[in-house]
Design a protein around this ligand. Structure first.
Ligand code: SF4
Length: 644
């Protein structure tokens, strides 16, 4: 039997994710034949090409002409018209430049990749390429993290509707995946859905494969799909499964192997298969990247992910719901230090990989220390980056050992600098301890990334500004930071005990049958728009000290490119580059487009009306459906062409 393990879009294109290599290794160690497929990198390798984007711009021009000739435009027409116009006016230059931009990202000499002006231009070009795709497939919005349509994932029927060929930018890639499945005689295909942006594309892929093959078993697993399915009763779970024969929830090694064995015995498994939540890691093989197209990723050299541990040893933070668990985080487990060192050595030799990203919830400092000492003793020429809690055990002596043992960067969960909020969050660490950990790591030469957020329930303006001030005061020790906006997750302590956090009500909108959106109201006064604007402005002005980019580029936390920049240019690189003002060096050309409308006014009106519709649906009606949306949209006046 050949088993295909497929990683669908839309995700980071700079390196492979861990799920496929982990399952591949496990199945191969049990003598199964595995065909690993990264449909994400294959899709973007096809889409971000000159011919593909030129064809898309031609299709955009045709759609635009058809709309421009209409006697009047309704709200949905206006939304589309604006997208098409902007693509033609602002993105005409992209096809000619896209392949050069991708080649900068793959520049193995490093000469262009580490040149800030060239890098900045490549980022802008690739992001502009994504905008062309979104414009053609409007109302889809797509980037390397998000795949959103207005009614995304509302219901099984909406998932099916959004999977239609003409709505799916990945369709050509899916056809090539199907060809490989046929050529390789695959009888079991597993689709790994780790992140929310992969859910709809994963379902679309399964639907397409189902339409091509009636005789292969299609299964799904991974954190994003697990967290959806475990909130539903059995009947709903089966409805959600749609084109999949089975879904494996929680950790997948054992159940995937059992599934393959049972298919080999001629059995016909169906429905939900429960995986493990605490599989010991001692016997797990090293992730196996053989068969993945490592030369296709948008990176000058491989930075491979590895998993020294799973779960979180602390597991108490009240906002947290990560990974393969129904609440909070999974139980903490580790691999043996000797195994870790041997695996890293093998992977480094096999793939010429000098930098590893340890993909895990929170690495125990004592284990990291033992690993660092072992790496130093074996004289391994590798670096590693990971996530940690800013614990008191991160003393200057320990940090010096970590540095000598290959530690390159640490993303620290700071969350907030307000002592009251840290207590409410159940962080278990004081701001003084955090400052000591940050300084010890940075002084040892390890890049420190500070992960914070604002708008946690009950947070005051003063609390939020204290966090920003914490970053500002310690900025010479902080290589990068993020201060995002709190989002409520199912399965977090806050969602399970809302009254302890000043939350008066949690609701989902009617029509959201899958249950992906979670909304809440707080007791007492909500934060005003003026207050939130003050916080956002303070974050913006603080951001100017760093050369920041969106995920997954250099200057966003814990990404392949960021790791490579730290290694090449040192832990201060993003502050130094900000001082040089690289962001202002590339302006993009505009193309003049004929229009019968006042485009600026149309854009303003359409976006205002769109915001009003969603505000009404979510907060007044608390119900969402295409019909309700259309009814509200129909109340806005049609726009007529301007009289010349
Ligand atoms: S936020 Fe981090 S430290 Fe806190 S429970 Fe979650 S994984 Fe553990």
């Amino acid at each position: 039997m050949t088993i295909a393990i497929i990683y669908p879009p839309t995700c980071d294109t700079t390196g492979p994710y861990l799920s496929v290599p982990i399952l591949t290794a496990w199945l191969r160690s049990h003598n199964k034949k595995v065909l690993p497929i990264d449909a994400n990198i294959e899709a973007y390798n096809y889409l971000l090409k000159e011919n593909t984007l030129s064809d898309m711009l031609n299709s955009i021009r045709k759609l635009y002409r058809a709309l421009d000739e209409k006697p009047s435009l309704n709200h949905s027409d206006q939304m589309k018209y604006v997208q098409l116009y902007n693509a033609m006016a602002k993105l005409n230059w992209v096809p000619d430049n896209i392949e050069d931009a991708v080649s900068v990202m793959r520049d193995s000499t490093g000469g262009r990749f580490f040149n800030a002006e060239e890098y900045e231009k490549a980022v802008i070009t690739i992001e502009a390429g994504l905008k062309i795709i979104s414009a053609l497939y409007h109302p889809l919005y797509l980037d390397f993290q998000n795949y959103r349509t207005p009614f995304s994932l509302l219901s099984p029927s909406q998932i099916k509707a959004d999977a239609a060929t003409d709505k799916n930018p990945f369709h050509s890639t899916y056809k090539r995946v199907a060809d490989r499945i046929k050529e390789n005689n695959v009888s079991l295909a597993g689709i790994s859905i780790a992140f929310p942006g992969q859910i709809q594309p994963g379902f679309s892929l399964a639907g397409y494969l189902r339409s091509c093959f009636t005789d292969i078993h299609i299964t799904v697993g991974g954190p994003a799909i697990t967290q959806i399915l475990l909130r539903h009763d059995h009947e709903n779970q089966l409805k959600i499964l749609g084109p999949f024969d089975t879904a494996i929830i929680y950790e997948g090694e054992e159940p995937f192997l059992d599934l393959a064995n049972s298919l080999e015995r001629g059995e016909k498994p169906a429905g939900i298969i429960n995986g493990s939540i605490d599989k010991p890691m001692e016997k797990l093989p090293a992730p196996d990247f053989d068969g993945l197209p490592l030369d296709l990723y948008f990176s000058p050299e491989p930075v491979l992910p590895y998993d020294p541990s799973r779960g979180c040893y602390w597991g108490k933070c009240s906002f947290c719901h990560y990974g393969l668990s129904s609440e909070g985080t999974a139980k903490y487990r580790e691999r043996n230090i000797n195994d870790i060192v041997n695996h890293l050595k093998q992977l480094s030799n096999r793939w010429g990989c000098k930098n590893f990203y340890f993909s895990q919830d929170a690495f125990l400092p004592e284990t990291a220390h033992r690993l660092g000492l072992a790496i130093k003793e074996k004289n391994l020429d590798i670096h590693w980056s990971t996530d940690m809690r800013p614990e008191a055990s991160l003393t200057p002596e320990m940090c010096a050992d970590l540095k000598a043992g290959g530690a390159l960067s640490m993303a620290l969960g700071i969350e907030s600098a307000s002592p009251r909020l840290l207590k409410l969050i159940r962080k278990g660490i004081t701001t003084d301890t955090m400052i000591t950990a940050v300084k010890s790591l940075a002084s040892a030469g390890i890049a420190v990334e500070a992960m914070c957020f604002n708008n946690f329930p009950t947070e005051t303006l003063k609390d939020a500004l204290a966090t920003i001030e914490f970053i500002r005061e310690n900025k010479k020790f902080i290589s990068l930071f993020i201060d995002g906006r709190f989002g409520l997750s199912h399965g977090s302590r806050v969602a399970l005990n809302p009254s302890e956090y000043g939350i008066s009500e949690i609701w989902q909108v009617s029509g959201d049958e899958i249950g992906t959106g979670l909304f809440y109201s707080i007791r007492g006064r909500e934060r005003s728009i003026k207050e939130q604007t003050k916080i956002d402005n303070a974050i913006d002005s603080l951001s100017a000290y760093w050369w920041l980019h969106d995920y997954p580029w250099a200057g966003s936390l814990s990404t392949v490119h960021t790791i490579l920049w730290y290694e090449k240019r040192g832990r201060d690189t993003f502050r130094k580059s900000a001082k040089k003002g690289h962001r202002t060096t590339f302006s993009t050309p505009m193309t003049k487009i004929k229009s019968r409308y006042d485009i600026k006014s149309m854009e303003y009106t359409a976006l205002e009306n769109e915001a009003e519709i969603w505000q009404t649906l979510v907060y007044e009606h608390r119900a969402v459906s295409p019909e309700r949306y259309n009814n509200l949209a129909a109340k806005f006046p049609l726009i007529q062409p301007e009289k010349r």
